[in-house]
Write a protein that binds this ligand. Structure first.
Ligand code: AHR
Length: 494
């Protein structure tokens, strides 16, 4: 057993709202992220509704996915929306130059995306093309999607959708420092001002404009973007991927890792806290009222692709380690919920730290999916600050907090607590003082598995799945939780 851990939930000092949009998911035209994973077409034998697989959409609906980010990623900065509207058979077949050099049939375009959004019951985050598109092309796309009248609205109606759609977020390009045009920060900020000028929602409506933000610790990027472009924006993004085994290019094994690979990845996951703290401090300088949000709109683990999979498809198995990475990040976002009001895990289906895998007609849910499901009560809840005097877990050169956690008061009026134990061997018992609240009873659920690399497969889809948890009790007015090794636990207090 590990050292006893003490913690406090400050129910008397409620913090910011944990915006449900923190659970946004990213779906890019990449590998089988769209084709195969979400879209199979109306004529497929795989049960579908208007071309989208019923099994996957059903699983996503169960997660209450608030927002879907589309069409990229790097794909966004060379995507021409006109190629994806009108009769599907007439759309040009392009080459997906970023992702595997495969053909892109443009079958899933704007109308199909909004059909997916409708079926999942979410909202839209559309990323525009700044890289090789023009401000005019961007402006016309926005008009096509949102205008109630005019010839682009007529064209939309002719193509099957009379009513305007709602675009909640619009990305002013993606990774302008890299695949979006290899720009320097001052130039990118000027370009962002220029393109943002032409993002014009119809009167009485609003589109939240998100600037392509920094890569990892490129603080100067955030500095210049805020200094030069903040007045024209609603959010600035940040991309950070967990790359164990020494960084880029991805070389860590998704499944065949040892305890050192476990500790390395979780240690890298904790870096998110420092990155947000430092980027947010720069934003505070220019925007002390926190009008703008920091959108961590790409996060998750990025390993070597699964053996035998197509290079460039970024398909990687998802294990108990990924469940911990998800929980640690969701807890970190709670701490920064005043500034981080939207994040998007990369990605939704079949790509990187995926929620869901498909193969032909088969579907399997990943450990990451289960963590998102367990944390559903965090959506639009109020953060209750949780201080944990955590013991440290150390393996080789990696030392990290053994216990991560966050607490919220849900929209259901109940207090929900998430706790995870990164130690793969030892139990950790946490005794939590409940300041400003009384609790009479506690119920819980746990995600754990026999091995650090346990994972779900099409043949064994329930190897890692949530179960009832009985390791928590209220004792002398405190919450006492015994966390098994390598586990994610959620609790509900009454
Ligand atoms: O998510 C995969 C890629 O990672 C995205 O296309 C890009 O924005 C980032 O580099």
């Amino acid at each position: 057993d590990g050292q006893p851990t003490s913690a406090t939930i400050h129910a008397d000092k409620p913090g910011a709202v944990y915006d449900k949009d923190i659970f946004t998911q990213f779906a890019e035209h990449l590998g089988e992220g769209i084709y195969g994973g979400l879209w199979v077409g109306k004529d497929s034998k795989i049960p579908n509704t208007n071309g989208f697989r019923n099994d996957v959409v059903g699983a996503l609906r169960d997660l209450s996915v608030p927002v879907i980010r589309w069409p990229g990623g790097c794909f966004a900065d060379e995507y021409h929306w006109r190629e994806g509207v009108g009769p599907q058979k007439k759309r040009p077949v392009k080459v997906n130059t970023h992702w595997g050099g495969v053909t892109e049939p443009n079958t899933v375009g704007t109308h199909e995306f909004f059909e997916l959004v409708r079926q999942v019951g979410s909202e839209a985050y559309v990323a525009g093309n700044v890289g090789n598109g023009s401000p005019r092309e961007m402006a016309e796309w926005i008009e096509y999607m949102t205008a109630p009248a005019g010839s682009l609205a007529d064209e939309r109606a002719e193509n099957g959708h009379k009513d305007p759609w709602k675009v909640k977020y619009f990305g002013v390009g993606n990774e302008l420092w890299g695949c979006g045009g290899n720009m320097r920060p001052e130039y990118a900020a000027d370009v962002t001002r220029r393109y943002s000028t032409f993002i014009k929602p119809p009167a009485g409506t609003k589109i939240l404009k998100v600037a392509a933000g920094a890569n990892v610790e490129d603080y100067n990027w955030t500095e210049q973007m805020m200094r030069i472009a903040a007045p024209m924006l609603d959010g600035v993004s940040l991309h950070y991927y967990v790359h164990p085994a020494g960084g880029w290019p991805p070389r860590a094994e998704p499944v065949d890792f040892d305890e050192s690979g476990w500790a390395d990845a979780l240690h890298e996951a904790w870096r998110m806290d420092e990155l947000i703290t430092k980027h947010a401090a720069i934003m505070d300088k220019y925007d002390p009222e926190k009008r703008l949000f920091l959108a961590v709109d790409e996060w998750g683990a990025w390993y070597k692709q699964d053996p035998g999979t197509h290079p460039g498809f970024l398909r990687q198995q998802n294990t108990m380690r990924d469940a911990l990475i998800a929980a640690i990040n969701l807890d970190i976002f709670a701490k920064h919920a005043d500034r981080v009001r939207m994040t998007a895990i990369a990605q939704m289906v079949n790509v990187l730290q995926a929620m869901i895998f498909t193969e032909g007609s088969k579907m399997v849910l990943t450990p990451t999916y289960h963590v998102f499901e367990m944390y559903k009560p965090w959506q639009d809840a109020t953060v209750l600050p949780l201080d944990i005097d955590t013991p440290w877990y150390a393996k080789g050169k990696y030392t990290l907090p053994a216990v991560s956690g966050s607490a919220v008061k849900g929209k259901d009026g109940k207090v929900h607590v998430g706790l995870s134990n990164a130690d793969p061997e030892q139990t950790n018992t946490v005794t939590i003082a409940l300041d400003g609240m009384d609790a009479g009873s506690v119920t819980g659920r746990i995600l754990t598995a026999p091995a650090i690399n346990s994972h779900n497969t099409f043949d064994d889809p329930d190897a890692v799945k949530p179960a009832a948890f009985s390791g928590a009790r209220i004792e002398g007015g405190k919450l006492v939780v015994t966390l098994p090794a390598k586990s994610v636990v959620v609790l509900e207090l009454q």
